[in-house]
Design a protein around this ligand. Structure first.
Ligand code: KIV
Length: 272
């Protein structure tokens, strides 16, 4: 907490340098995804360090089988909603498929929109060695970048599915390339814990694991998985800290029952 000029206590916003230097302070980083204002308020109040507007919105919000159809406009829309709900956490917006692969010029313009119009503090994009030039171009344009290696969901067609990535040399080369290109942090997804821990020890920037074991500098989960809200698919690495889906269905069933029996609205919910 810090005191504002008006003397009112407020929570300080996490910055990119503060996030990046958590590794040196030995502080584990907590990230979660969010896609709207209400979710953003809830996760911010819980005190997470970073919030990602992930292209996972294609699956958990839009009901698509993968993330490939998500557009920049959609990420922009959800980023704006989330930005309004955050007071503390660092806001990272995902760059969707084909928003950064075509040319570095297009990547800078698209990432710039997520910062200028969306209110994001940073962007995330997938790929190691193959994305090093685009990461460097964004960093030159003063756009902070979070990398993402290992299982990169936008590569699902090439990979043939969502699979654990075990190619140690490739993973090390990718992590090194992302760090050298100037990224301030890197997501490592679905990688054996031993490899992720060794990469973490070798890098100056924080690693944020998802399905990559406890040896990373921080962790991220998709909000709907963490809360038990997404029944279609639950990867083995996900721990659900609640079963809100079942609670929501039970609450709505009770509401339906009370409406059908004429019990709701009862007098205290009526105007006279
Ligand atoms: O889109 C997303 O939510 C992500 C996280 C799983 C890291 O990329």
């Amino acid at each position: 907490m810090v005191n504002s000029a008006a003397g009112v206590a407020r929570i300080r916003t996490m910055t990119v340098p503060e996030f990046a230097s958590a590794k040196q302070r030995g502080q584990r980083l907590v990230m979660v995804t969010a896609y709207d204002y209400t979710q953003a308020r809830l996760v911010d109040e819980a005190g997470v360090d970073g919030v990602l507007v992930g292209d996972s919105l294609g699956m958990v919000v839009q009901g698509m089988p993968d993330v490939l159809s998500v557009t920049l406009e959609e990420v922009l829309y959800h980023t704006r909603c989330v930005a309004r709900g955050l007071k503390h956490a660092l806001l990272v917006a995902d760059m969707p498929f084909l928003s950064y692969q075509v040319s570095t010029e297009q990547a800078v313009l698209n990432a710039g929109r997520l910062i200028k119009e969306g209110g994001a503090h940073a962007v995330k994009l997938e790929g190691g060695v193959r994305s090093r030039n685009v990461i460097a171009a964004l960093v030159r344009a003063d756009i902070p970048v979070m990398g993402h290696i290992g299982l990169t969901p936008q590569s699902v067609r090439r990979l043939g599915g969502f699979r654990v990535q075990r190619s140690k040399d490739q993973l090390f080369e990718d992590a090194q390339a992302v760090a050298e290109a100037g990224a301030f942090a890197i997501v490592i997804e679905c990688v054996p814990a031993e490899i992720a821990a060794a990469i973490t020890a070798s890098l100056p920037i924080p690693t944020i694991g998802i399905g990559a074991g406890a040896g990373c500098d921080g962790q991220i989960l998709v909000l709907h998985d963490l809360l038990g809200l997404y029944p279609d698919f639950r990867p083995r690495f996900v721990k659900s800290y609640g079963e809100l889906g079942a609670q929501v269905t039970a609450a709505i069933k009770q509401y339906a029952e009370e409406v059908r029996q004429g019990l709701f609205p009862s007098p205290e919910y009526e105007f006279h």
